[in-house]
Design a protein around this ligand. Structure first.
Ligand code: FCB
Length: 393
């Protein structure tokens, strides 16, 4: 028997994007030279058309990022045109009654910031805060939720430990410094934004991963999972616990861990990128986050699936676990699917297709995938029809 899984009243249903991945024409950030996104999806010009898609699919919320290098292309010089552009865009969303979540740092920084050492510079929290204050003042009343930093534990290991993303720094010391400065930056911006408007809601988008022991009962594998969980999922959040009005969870990964910290392949199916699909993981992570005592939003969850063969069941299964987590006490208030349209997947370029809408890059036209209408029904109904029998935990 199909059953209806209802979500709480006023639940936010949306999608998530970031500026560099969709806008096009960003040539002044630290990614622009080595990983140019060119015209990307030309969203900078076509944002109204894209916001029509939000409405077409009954979404009542949207997460975007503001590109720091557009707003502050030179140190302490703010670009009026860019500021006005984002104001128009935010006003447009407001007119459509779409709740807005804005990320301030989504992996990209202006070249001038990078030239000063980026997040290694002890003044980086000051630079970031100046930008955060500027935009929070400009857009006061137009933004419902602010996210300071996207995925600090994906960004800093790639950019400051392994050196595979801009600004290509390597080493444990630079990694630790960058993390430390992001913690300080978050705290500082949290305070400044609240000084601008007491009612403001500020959080973080945290990529958390569900770690499970490779050998079920093996005590060493369990020990490794415990530490992986503490260091990856909890450490950063524990440092900023008092400066969180909500937590954003980005969920993509579950890992099988073998002692000491070896990642093993599981048996579950994978996305086009080979990322393992493990819906149950979101349940455990949500209940764990409930421990922080603030509302939780799923700020990203999705998969690369060019042919759209897995996306519908991916959404269905993840959302049924979200629903179950809510039933078991997790205060989840919204879900933002990654992503509205195909986009530039960082170092991997345009090949991975994460969109509910396909983008034809030769003429920038958008085309609904069939999963878009599936998601649209959920957004409209605020419930999910679950034909799958719940697997026992
Ligand atoms: C997340 C990023 C997002 C997108 C997805 C696939 O780590 O936050 O920008 O690239 O992965």
């Amino acid at each position: 028997m199909p059953e209806k899984l209802f979500f709480p009243q006023n639940f936010l249903w949306g999608t998530s994007t970031s500026a560099y991945q969709i806008e096009g024409g960003i040539d002044n950030c630290d990614w622009s030279e080595k990983f140019p996104a060119g015209e990307a999806c030309d969203h900078y010009q076509r944002y109204k058309q894209d916001f029509n898609l939000l409405q077409e699919t009954n979404q009542n919320a949207y997460r975007l990022s503001i590109e720091w290098s557009r707003v502050e292309p030179e140190e302490n010089e703010f670009n009026v045109e860019a500021i006005n552009h984002y104001r128009d865009l935010l006003q447009d969303l407001k007119k459509r009654k779409i709740k807005v979540m804005v990320t301030l740092h989504h992996f990209t920084s202006p070249v001038w910031f990078s030239d000063k050492g980026g997040w290694l510079n002890s003044k980086s929290p000051f630079y970031f805060n100046r930008f955060a204050e500027k935009v929070a003042k400009e857009y006061d009343g137009l933004v419902d939720f602010w996210i300071t930093i996207n995925e600090p534990l994906i960004y800093t290991p790639n950019s400051y430990l392994r050196g595979i993303w801009p600004p290509f720094k390597k080493g444990l010391i630079s990694f630790v410094k960058a993390i430390r400065n992001q913690i300080i930056a978050h705290k500082r911006a949290f305070k400044s934004l609240h000084d601008i408007n007491k009612e403001i809601k500020v959080g973080i988008a945290k990529n958390n991963q569900f770690f499970r022991p490779y050998r079920d009962k093996n005590i060493f594998d369990k020990w490794s999972c415990f530490w992986a969980d503490y260091l990856y999922n909890e450490y950063f959040l524990d440092r900023i616990e008092k400066e969180l009005d909500f937590i954003g969870l980005n969920y993509y990964f579950s890992r099988l861990i073998k002692f000491p910290f070896k990642i093993r392949k599981g048996k579950s199916s994978t996305s086009d990128l080979g990322w393992e699909i493990y819906p149950e993981g979101i349940y455990h992570l949500l209940l764990q986050l409930e421990g922080y005592g603030v509302p939780i939003y799923i700020t990203e969850n999705g998969l690369a699936d060019k042919d759209d063969t897995e996306r519908e069941s991916f959404i269905k299964e993840h959302l049924s676990w979200v629903n179950r987590a809510i039933e078991d006490g997790a205060g989840v208030k919204g879900y933002f699917h990654w992503s509205l349209i195909d986009n530039f997947e960082w170092a991997l370029g345009f090949e991975p297709r994460f969109g509910l809408y396909k983008v034809n890059y030769d003429d920038f036209s958008r085309e609904a995938r069939s999963s878009a209408s599936y998601y649209s029904e959920i957004c409209k109904n605020n419930y999910l029809i679950n034909k799958v029998k719940k697997t026992p935990l």
